[in-house]
Design a protein around this ligand. Structure first.
Ligand code: B12
Length: 352
């Protein structure tokens, strides 16, 4: 195969809209009646799904990590199953994406893409779509997590807040609240949304409550103690998932670091400028959607190309890095960590 995975990835990104159009034309040939049965909203979702098939594929090829695509396809399978959409819509539309690549980019590119797509289609047949709950009463602080999530989903943010503030007043460490209540509650929200058991509105409300309660705990988190090291933390590109990084940043603050949390949706150049202005020892970058890993690499490249920031250590994390434990090397980072407590250990190693 002449074209590298990276070349194919770049070409898919460059021609994404055209490829999606071709894949949808192939889909019309496969199921000639389908389009006329769909509402405008359903058709818009189908177009968006086709673009996601291509975006996740491009990043998985760039990273050379089949695990990223396998996970994506399984995720769509669960979603479709719970929306009562036919399973062959997924396998058919993935095959159409592969054939669109053959048509528009040529056989060599399609062969690269097929390595990931055909393997994912084959795995679909037998894939287990059950997802266990992230919260059980017997895990640490399990009953508090059950109560907290129950209050949040019941629309009772005062009750939710009270349950946490009371626990902290009674001596439960904030770190444990983050690890054993907020994190599993957020993951459980994702599971319930994927299983079509809660609405997007419930998930938004619940996340907003968790952010509010985290702010209420800031009296416990910030101190005036002198700080030895500085952390700048940001989510890459148009990434909106910021809660995980905020938790990580708060762990650094509680560990005595001076932290500058920039949150979601950060332009690359501003991240680099802030790292320089703040004299960051470590830059923490977070990505949740796997199709943003190239943006992580791009920020790190900009950082290394700048005399003011070339020695800043970079720690990465988030969903794709947890799926593919070698991915941090591919993006050019200095290390990665799966969780907030592990991030502290990894950073300590970097600034030692
Ligand atoms: C809340 C939420 C949202 C909120 C985010 C709001 C906010 N202010 O953060 C909103 C509504 C914006 C959202 C949008 C979307 N979401 Co969403 N979301 C979630 C949800 C339910 C919780 C995320 C969260 O708070 N996790 C809790 C934290 C603590 O976990 P974490 O992020 O993994 O972070 C930990 C580690 O990864 C690590 N870590 C994280 N960052 C870093 C960085 C460093 C440096 C280090 C060292 C470590 C580290 O440490 C953290 C603490 O332990 C997840 C479910 C899930 N499984 O995560 C879905 C989820 C991530 N979302 C998903 C999807 C699909 C979307 C949308 C595409 C939906 C849509 N169709 O529009 C959009 C995309 C938005 C975008 N442009 O980025 C999917 C992703 C599936 C996939 N295959 O990739 C998930 C998994 C839901 C699901 N089960 O289907 N979402």
């Amino acid at each position: 195969m002449g074209a590298s995975s990276e070349d194919v990835s770049r070409n898919i990104r460059a021609k994404l809209d055209g490829l999606a159009d071709t894949a949808l034309e192939l889909q019309d040939l496969r199921w000639p009646q389908l389009r006329s049965t769909l509402s405008d909203d359903q058709y818009r979702n189908m177009v968006q799904d086709t673009k996601y098939h291509l975006q996740f594929l491009a990043s998985s090829l760039w990273a050379n990590e089949a695990a990223l695509y396998d996970n994506y396809v399984l995720w769509v399978k669960v979603l479709f199953e719970n929306l009562a959409l036919p399973a062959e819509w997924l396998s058919g539309s993935l095959a159409d994406v592969r054939d669109a690549i053959a048509k528009d980019l040529g056989a060599e590119s399609a062969a690269r893409a097929a390595l990931l797509i055909d393997r994912a289609i084959a795995a679909l047949e037998t894939a287990d779509t059950s997802i266990a709950s992230y919260i059980t009463p017997d895990q640490p602080l399990g009953s508090l997590a059950v109560r907290y999530l129950g209050a949040v989903l019941g629309g009772d943010r005062h009750g939710a807040s009270r349950s946490i503030l009371d626990a902290v007043a009674a001596g439960t460490p904030v770190r444990d609240i983050y690890t054993h209540v907020f994190q599993p509650a957020q993951l459980e929200l994702g599971r319930l949304w994927q299983l079509n058991r809660i609405s997007v509105a419930q998930e938004h409300y619940a996340t907003a409550v968790t952010q509010m309660v985290m702010s209420q705990l800031y009296g416990e988190i910030f101190t005036d103690a002198p700080k030895e090291h500085t952390l700048v933390a940001a989510c890459v590109g148009s990434e909106l998932h910021e809660l995980g990084l905020r938790m990580v940043t708060d762990f650094f603050e509680m560990d005595g670091w001076d932290t500058h949390y920039l949150g979601a949706n950060m332009p690359a150049s501003s991240i680099v400028t802030t790292a320089a202005e703040r004299g960051a020892d470590v830059l923490a970058l977070s990505a949740t959607m796997s199709f943003r890993v190239e943006e992580v690499a791009e920020i790190i490249r900009l950082l290394r190309d700048n005399d003011a920031t070339k020695n800043v250590k970079v720690l990465v994390g988030g969903y794709p890095f947890n799926l593919a434990p070698e991915l941090w090397k591919r993006v050019g980072a200095d290390n990665f960590a799966r969780s907030a407590p592990e991030a502290l250990k990894a950073a300590a190693g970097l600034v030692a």
